[in-house]
Design a binder for this molecule. Structure first.
Ligand SMILES: Cc1ncc(C[n+]2csc(CCOP(=O)(O)OP(=O)(O)O)c2C)c(N)n1
Length: 578
C-alpha cells in the first residue's frame, strides 16, 4: 500500500523543504488507508471536520448519509464488496449514539466496523457538559472494544482498533478522538510490520484421526456452512469438496451462494422459516455425518437448537462455540478452509446418499415415509428435500410476494447484489432466492434489524459501481429510513429500491394473529411511494403484476439515478408462506 499523499501537509511551515509533523487525524487516516479503507460514511459535526479533511487527503472518500445508523450499514455494504473494514465517522453525543443499533448489528452479524467519533478533551469535560455523554460506556455492550486516541500514540491505537475489528469473530470497534488532539502534531512511530500467518488448521492428534475415520466411513454426509466460511474466504474450498464428493450443502442466509444455488447439491439458505426446517430436520436426522463449516447459529431460529446429536457432527469453526444451540463430538477452531483440507486430506466419504440408498436389496421407496413426506430411496433424500423445498416456496398462481420475487430473480443479472430488510418479505425472499455467488444477498440475519437494506445497498453500489444493486424492503422498514433516498440522489447511486407495499408490519401482524390477539399497532397508512421517490429526485413507479415489475427493473437498470418501485401486494398473500 503506498503512503497516502496528504500526510504531513496540514500546517506545514513555509520554509523550503520543511516537512511538518503529521497531526493525529492525519496519522489515523493514513493507517486506515493502509488497512485498505477507501470509503467513510457519516454525518459531520464541527468536532470531526479535521478528521474528515484528513481522510480525504489520505484517499478515503467521505460520503454523507442522513442518519448515522444508515451510514454504518453503508460502511458494511462497502466492506462486503472490498473486504476492507467499514468506517463510520460520527460526531460527539447524538451523532455517535445514533449508531448504537448498527453497532449491535455489526456485533451479532460479525461485521468489521470502525466507529470513529469525536469526543471532548478530558479537561474540557470537567468544566463543560453540553452534548457530553460517556460514549464508550454507551457503546460497551455492542462493540468488541473502545479506544481513546492518546497524544503520541494515534497510529498505534488505530492499528490496534483495526486489528481487533478484523480478529475472529470480526465486529465493531469504537475509537474516540479528542477534538484538540485531531490537529495536534505527532511523531509517527515506526510501523509494526507483521507478516500474515498462514491459515491454520487443526493440529495432528487423536481427535483429527477420529474425525478423518468418521468422514471416510460416512455414507450419508451433509455439510452446513455459515458466516465463518465467508470470513475465511472458504467458499472455494467448500464448493470444491461438496462437488468432488457429492456432499449436499445447507447454508445459513448469510452463506447463501457459497455453492451456486442452481447446483443440485445446493439445498439453499435456511434459518428463519419453520416450513423449511420441517423439510430439513428429517434429512439431518438421516445424515450419518454433519460437517459444520464456519457455521454460527446466531442466524438461526430456536428450531435449530439440538437438531442433531453431537455424535453426528464434526465442527470446524472460526470461533470457539459460545452458544448452547448445538454441539459436535469433534470440534476444531481455526481457519475454516485449512480445517476442511486437514479433515478431507485428499479423501472423502465412503458414499453419498444416492449411492448408499441404491445399495443392492434396498428397494427404492421400501422404507416408510418420513414425517416431512420424504421417502427414503430412489433419487436419495437430499434430492427429494431439494425438490420439496422448491415446491414449498414455489409461487402460487396469481400476484403476490412470491410472484414478485420470482420476477425480480428473472430481471436481475446473476451477479446483482440484493439487500433485504427485516420482515415477512425477507424470510420468503431468502428461502426463494437462488444466489449464484456468496455476498450477493446481504441482510441483517443475526440481529434482524429493520432499516438495514437501504444503507447496505448504497454502500455496495459505491464500492462496486459496475454491479446491479437492488434493495428489497417492507413498507415499514422503508419508512424508517426514507430520508436515505436523499443520500442515493446526492451520491449519484442508481440503486433500485423495491418496496413491498402491503400496508402493514406484516411479520408482526402474522405473529399477532397467530397468538389470537386483536390487530393493534401493526397497520400502516398508505404512502404514495412513487411520489416520495420523485420528490427526492429519483424515479418512482408502482406495479401490480410480474411483467410490470420485470419491465420496471429493466428500465431502472438503464438509469443513472435511483428508481423506487412500489410493489403493491396484499399482506394476506404471506399467509402460510414460510
Ligand atoms: C429496528 C426494528 N424495530 C422493530 C423490529 C421488529 N420487527 C421485525 S419485522 C417487523 C415488521 C417489518 O415490517 P415491514 O418493513 O413492512 O416488512 P414486512 O414484514 O411487511 O415484510 C418488525 C416491526 C425490528 N426487527 N427492527
Amino acid at each position: 500500500m503506498t503512503a497516502p499523499s496528504g500526510v504531513g501537509a496540514v500546517g506545514a511551515p513555509s520554509g523550503v523543504g520543511a516537512v511538518a509533523a503529521p497531526s493525529a487525524a492525519e496519522l489515523i487516516a493514513a493507517r486506515l488507508a493502509a488497512a485498505g479503507v477507501r470509503h467513510a460514511f457519516g454525518m459531520p459535526g464541527g468536532e470531526v471536520l479535521a478528521m474528515l479533511d484528513a481522510l480525504g487527503r489520505a484517499g478515503i472518500a467521505f460520503h454523507l448519509c442522513r442518519h448515522e445508523n444508515s451510514g454504518a450499514f453503508m460502511a458494511e455494504g462497502a466492506h462486503h464488496m472490498t473486504g476492507a473494514p467499514g468506517l463510520l465517522l460520527a460526531t460527539i453525543g447524538p451523532g455517535v449514539l445514533n449508531a448504537v443499533n448498527a453497532a449491535a448489528n455489526a456485533c451479532q452479524d460479525q461485521v468489521p466496523l470502525i466507529i470513529l467519533s469525536a469526543c471532548v478533551d478530558g479537561a474540557e469535560a470537567a468544566v463543560y457538559t453540553h452534548q457530553i455523554v460517556d460514549q464508550a460506556g454507551a457503546l460497551r455492550a455492542v462493540t468488541k472494544g473502545s479506544f481513546r486516541i492518546e497524544d503520541g500514540a494515534a497510529d498505534i491505537i488505530i492499528d490496534q482498533a483495526v486489528a481487533l475489528a478484523l480478529a475472529d469473530p470480526p465486529g465493531p470497534v469504537h475509537v474516540d478522538l479528542p477534538v484538540s488532539l485531531a490537529t495536534r502534531a505527532q511523531t509517527p512511530r515506526p510501523h509494526l510490520r507483521v507478516a500474515p500467518t498462514a491459515p491454520m488448521g487443526p493440529a495432528p492428534g487423536p481427535m483429527l484421526d477420529e474425525a478423518r475415520a468418521r468422514l471416510r466411513a460416512a455414507r450419508r454426509p451433509i455439510m452446513i456452512a455459515g458466516v465463518g466460511a465467508l470470513h475465511h474466504r472458504a467458499e472455494g474450498a467448500i464448493a470444491g469438496l461438496c462437488l468432488a464428493h457429492a456432499i449436499p450443502l445447507i447454508t445459513t442466509y448469510k452463506a447463501k451462494g457459497v455453492l451456486a444455488e442452481g447446483d443440485p447439491l445446493a439445498l439453499g439458505g435456511h434459518g428463519l422459516s419453520p416450513a423449511s426446517d420441517a423439510i430439513l430436520a428429517p434429512l439431518l436426522a438421516e445424515a450419518d455425518l454433519i460437517i459444520l463449516a464456519g457455521y454460527d447459529p446466531v442466524e438461526m431460529r430456536p428450531g435449530w437448537r439440538g437438531l442433531w446429536s453431537p455424535d453426528q457432527a464434526i465442527e470446524i469453526s472460526h470461533i470457539a462455540p459460545r452458544h448452547g444451540m448445538h454441539s459436535a463430538a469433534m470440534a476444531f477452531v481455526g481457519d475454516v478452509g485449512a480445517g476442511l483440507a486437514a479433515l478431507f486430506d485428499g479423501a472423502g466419504p465412503a458414499a453419498s446418499w444416492a449411492a448408499s440408498w441404491a445399495a443392492p436389496g434396498a428397494a427404492p421407496g421400501a422404507a416408510p415415509g418420513l414425517a416431512s413426506g420424504l421417502v427414503p430411496g430412489g433419487d436419495g433424500l437430499p434430492a427429494q428435500a431439494r425438490a420439496a423445498l422448491a415446491a414449498r416456496f414455489a409461487p402460487p398462481a396469481g400476484w403476490g410476494p412470491h410472484a414478485a420475487f420470482a420476477a425480480l430473480r428473472r430481471a436481475l443479472p446473476d451477479d446483482a447484489v440484493v439487500t433485504a430488510d427485516s420482515g415477512a418479505h425477507r424470510i420468503l425472499l431468502s428461502q426463494m432466492w437462488r444466489a449464484g455467488a456468496p455476498r450477493t444477498l446481504l441482510q441483517s440475519s443475526g440481529f434482524c434489524t429493520m432499516g438495514c437494506a437501504m444503507g447496505l445497498a448504497a454502500g455496495a453500489k459505491l464500492a462496486a459501481p459496475g454491479r446491479a444493486v437492488c434493495a428489497v424492503m417492507g413498507d415499514g422498514g422503508f419508512e424508517m429510513v426514507a430520508g436515505e433516498l436523499a443520500s442515493l440522489r446526492d451520491l449519484n447511486l442508481p440503486v433500485v429500491v423495491v418496496v413491498l407495499a402491503d400496508g402493514a408490519l406484516t411479520l408482526i401482524d402474522m405473529k399477532q394473529a397467530a397468538m389470537g390477539l386483536p390487530g393493534a399497532g401493526v397497520a400502516l397508512g398508505r404512502t404514495d411511494f412513487a411520489a416520495v421517490a420523485e420528490g427526492f429526485g429519483g424515479v418512482g413507479r408502482s406495479v401490480r403484476d410480474a411483467p410490470g415489475l420485470e419491465a420496471e427493473i429493466a428500465a431502472a437498470l438503464d438509469r443513472d439515478r435511483f428508481t423506487l418501485i412500489a410493489v403493491e401486494i396484499d399482506k394476506a398473500a404471506y399467509a402460510g408462506a414460510f
